[in-house]
Structures are given as structure tokens and as C-alpha cells.
Design a protein around this ligand. Structure first.
Ligand code: AMP
Ligand code: MG
Length: 493
């Protein structure tokens, strides 16, 4: 298997900003080629961010570059080291066990790093094979772009390439590479790495690089490291509030999966809430439910504490660090409260609103109401309604409970003279109609495993516009079929 070393997508102006850090931050290495790679799917909107057209992506050059079979001549390909807390325990050194950075491309909107995930073993692979399977690549690719469509901060996904090379998980599957894009892939765990190895020099270098490259406005603050922690806390709290608001569950909120930019990072056993259950655990390997839906906001805080601990030597005193940490919960609550008001079409705020929200979630839990359908349909409720709205009411097993709640809700709407017409438009702009349900993914994955990528491409198109009515794809908004109850999503990827 020969590798063309000089081929590259001509007009990508590669820079290798991360590689200017000291050599202990990474290992230079080449991706390992796949046999006869092909393009599975690509995101036109992600490609547009780096001015890449579909013809370039689909060319032999494009396929070779994004499968690791050709290395752009200007790229210094590398894997980065980091550490982290996994499921609440210090896990020590981890690192890019299967991800290889091609470098970054400078654009009008700042830098975009391009990273091949599944490109072969690295010094950080531990017992892993360095590969990713088609199933998990499709999940990461589609969810990255779906989250972007939902307006939630996330890393992007450029494309998936595949090959018939076998990769062994519970069964034999095939190899795949997903090209991810992010201004940076630096994680909380990147800071923990230097803190726990007591390398204060590298800790400072990493923090300075992060500030200079991604948060230059904070350099003017009295204590830029404290300002950095504060901003990361604000972004993380806001991101988790947005997750909760669409029922997104990450599944593996380990500190090595927490982006220093407050982006959703590392899509593995994620899930979107269907039948509402606060305690829902989307990752079947998470036996304790550490990363259940209801726990996510607290884990976000826990993870920020781990980051804060690591930044302590730079910030100065424990008191200063603790002061910043107190910002998390109010930031989370304020953002979540704002979004809940929007989801219910409420423009004003009253102290009693909390009770309205609490009652709603408790009756949704009791009746296991589909999260997405409920909020979407709620926009069709009329303030003065003489016949009950069966489309909403029928989602509840306990219909009386919904009737009681809707009386309170209507009263509340009247308080602000809400108009049915304009409320509906605003609510539909925040309550998605289409989410990446596990059963939809499952069908797309099974077809793709039989070389039919139509469904992957179709889901991509639908999830790029989750708030729009798409009459031709009405059935993609449906409740999961009975067989979907058996889908189990684990860490295996
Ligand atoms: P995750 O929690 O899936 O983000 O991964 C945790 C750690 O395991 C990271 O250091 C990954 O790079 C590494 N890892 C996961 N899967 C593999 C694999 N198949 N080969 C090598 N390393 C892996
Ligand atoms: Mg990870």
C-alpha cells in the first residue's frame, strides 16, 4: 500500500499553528492509509467554511487526503497528548489515540483545524487499534452537523471516508475516517495533563497559546487566566443549557471530552431524549448513570472544577478560583431559564413561571411524553380553545394532567397578551421538528453498511434545517417504532 506524500488539495493554505508548541505537546506521525478508500458523505456547509467545493472533496485527491492516504505537503501531521478524568476518576495520560491533526486553515472567520479521526494507531492508543468503524463515524458526522443545525456550539464534521478494511469491535465492522473541524481540539484534559505532571512551564505555555489564539480579548484583563476560566465556565454552562433544551445527552462527559472553547466535542454514545425521563442514561456502558440527562448540568460544573484546579497555579489563589467557580450555576440557570421561556413562547418573566415549568416536566415524566414532539406541537395550542387540542393532549397517558397544566399555561399566556399567530412562529424557531433519533441513525447505518449512503445524505439534509417544516420528510419527525426500544448504544466505536 503506497502513500502519495505530495498530493494535496491545492488551495487549502495549511498552517501548523498547534505544532509550534513544544514537542512534548504532541508526536509527529503519519496517518495510516486505508485500502481503496471512498467518500461516504460530506457536509457542504462545513466545506464552505474552508472554501472547499464538492468537486475537490470528491476528487481522488480529496478522498485520499481525508482518508489518510495522502498527506498534504504543507501539513505537519501530529497527535496531541492530554489526560483526563473519566467517569469521575483520574485516568492519567490519554491523548489522541486515533486522531491525527492535518493542521489548520486560516479563513476570514479564524482558524479551522482539520483532524482525521480513525487514522491509525498513535503513541496514545493504549490498547486501542487507532481505527473508527463506519457506524460510529456516521454517528459523529451526522450529530456534529445536526447540533450545528440546532444552533448549539459544536465541532463540525467535514466528511466521512470508508474502506472495506476490517475493524473488530463486538463483531467485524469496516474502517472509516471522519474529518472533524474545530478552531482547536484543546480540552480541559489538555490542561489537567500539565497540572498533574507538575509541569507549570507547559501549563503556562498552553494557557498563553489558548488565550492568544482563541481568546485574545481576555489578554487585556487584569488576570487573563482567571478571565479564561470565567469565560470557559460561561460557555460550558450555556452549552449544557442548550443540550438540556433539546434533550441532547452527550453520554461521556469526561474531562478529556470537554472543549476549551465550550463546543460539544466527541460524539460517541450520545442520544436525544424521546419518551421524557429525567434519569435517562443514553450510554449503556454508564452503569451508575453519572452522565444521565438530569446530571449533565452538575457534571458540567464538576468538569469546570477539574479545569479550575488545573488553572490554579496560573490564577493565583484558591479564593480567586472558587469565586469564578460560583459563576457556573447562575450562568447555567439563567441560560436555561431564558430558553425555557422561549420554548413555551413566553416573552416576559414572572416568578411563578418556575412552577409552570416544574409541573410540566413532572407530567411529561409521568406520561413519558416524547420531548421533541411535545414542544413542537405546543406551538399549535390556542389561547381560547373550545375543543381540546388532541395532537398535544394525546401525547399524554394522563390527559387530565395535561388539561390541568394547559389551563395554567393559557392563563400565563393571557398575562402577556400573547398572540397565537406570532407565538407559533417564534416557538417553531426554537423547538425543532427534526432531531437525530437513534432509530433514524440505525436505519442509515445499516444501509451504509450495505454500501447505500442515500439515507446518511438524506438525514444530513433534514438535520441541517431542523426547525423548518419539510413536508416531504414528514415521517422523519415520527415517534420511534417499537423495534427501536432494543437499540443499545455503548462506548464501542
Ligand atoms: P473517548 O472517551 O471515546 O473520547 O476516548 C477516550 C480515549 O480513548 C481517547 O484517548 C481516545 O483517543 C482513545 N480511544 C478511543 N477509541 C480508540 C481506538 N479505537 N484506538 C485508539 N484509541 C482510542
Ligand atoms: Mg475523547
Amino acid at each position: 500500500m503506497g502513500k502519495e506524500k505530495v498530493t494535496e488539495i491545492d488551495f487549502l493554505k495549511w498552517e501548523n499553528s498547534f505544532s509550534s508548541l513544544p514537542s512534548s505537546f504532541f508526536t509527529f506521525l503519519d496517518p495510516l492509509p486505508l485500502t481503496n478508500p471512498y467518500m461516504v458523505s460530506f457536509s457542504e456547509s462545513a466545506a464552505a467554511l474552508i472554501d472547499l467545493g464538492s468537486s475537490e472533496l470528491l476528487s481522488q485527491n480529496g478522498v485520499n487526503t481525508f482518508s489518510g492516504n495522502a498527506i498534504p505537503s504543507a501539513s505537519k501531521t501530529l497527535s496531541a497528548v492530554y489526560s483526563g478524568h473519566q467517569f469521575g476518576q483520574w485516568a492519567g495520560q490519554l491523548g489522541d489515540g486515533r486522531a491525527i491533526l492535518l493542521g489548520n486553515v486560516q479563513t476570514e472567520n479564524g482558524p479551522w483545524e482539520l483532524q482525521l479521526k480513525g487514522a491509525g494507531v498513535t503513541p496514545y492508543s493504549r490498547r486501542g487499534d487507532g481505527r473508527a468503524v463506519l457506524r460510529s463515524s456516521i454517528r459523529e458526522f451526522l450529530c456534529s452537523e445536526a447540533m450545528f443545525g440546532l444552533g448549539i456550539p459544536t465541532t463540525r464534521a467535514l466528511c466521512i471516508t470508508g474502506s472495506k478494511d476490517a475493524v473488530y469491535r463486538e463483531t467485524a465492522e469496516t474502517a472509516s475516517v471522519v474529518t472533524r473541524m474545530s478552531p482547536t481540539f484543546i480540552r480541559f484534559g489538555s490542561f489537567e495533563h500539565w497540572y498533574y505532571s507538575e509541569n507549570s512551564e507547559n501549563l503556562k505555555i498552553l494557557a498563553d497559546y489558548t488565550l492568544q489564539t482563541f481568546y485574545p480579548e481576555l489578554l487585556e484583563k487584569e488576570n487573563p487566566y482567571k478571565a479564561l476560566l470565567s469565560e470557559v465556565i460561561r460557555r460550558t454552562a450555556s452549552m449544557v443549557a442548550q443540550w438540556q433544551s433539546v434533550g441532547f445527552m452527550h453520554g461521556v462527559m469526561n474531562t478529556d471530552n470537554m472543549s476549551i472553547l465550550g463546543l460539544t466535542l466527541d460524539y460517541g454514545p450520545f442520544g436525544f431524549m424521546e419518551a421524557f425521563n429525567q434519569g435517562h442514561i443514553c450510554n449503556h456502558s454508564d452503569h451508575q448513570g453519572r452522565y444521565s440527562y438530569v446530571n449533565q448540568p452538575h457534571i458540567g460544573h464538576w468538569n469546570c472544577r477539574a479545569l479550575a484546579q488545573s488553572l490554579l497555579p496560573l490564577i493565583g489563589t484558591v479564593e480567586e478560583v472558587q469565586e469564578v467557580l460560583t459563576e457556573y450555576l447562575p450562568a447555567y440557570r439563567a441560560r436555561y431559564d431564558d430558553i425555557l421561556h422561549q420554548k413555551l413562547g413566553l416573552e416576559s418573566k414572572y416568578p411563578e413561571d418556575q412552577k409552570l415549568f416544574d409541573t410540566l416536566f413532572s407530567i411529561m415524566q409521568e406520561s413519558q411524553v416524547d420531548f421533541t414532539l411535545f414542544f413542537r406541537r405546543l406551538s399549535t395550542l390556542k389561547i381560547e380553545e373550545f375543543e381540546s387540542n388532541t395532537a398535544i393532549r394525546d401525547l399524554f397517558i394522563n390527559r387530565d394532567a395535561f388539561d390541568d397544566w394547559s389551563v395554567q399555561y393559557r392563563k400565563r399566556l393571557k398575562l402577556e397578551n400573547s398572540s397565537d399567530e406570532s407565538r407559533k412562529i417564534k416557538m417553531n424557531a426554537v423547538n425543532p421538528k427534526y432531531i437525530l433519533r437513534n432509530y433514524l441513525l440505525q436505519v442509515a447505518i445499516e444501509n451504509a453498511e450495505n454500501d447505500d449512503f442515500t439515507e446518511v445524505n438524506k438525514l444530513l439534509k433534514i438535520m441541517e434545517r431542523p426547525f423548518d417544516e419539510q413536508p416531504e420528510y414528514e415521517e422523519y419527525a415520527n415517534l420511534p417504532p417499537d423495534w427501536a426500544a432494543d437499540i443499545a448504544v455503548s462506548c464501542s466505536s
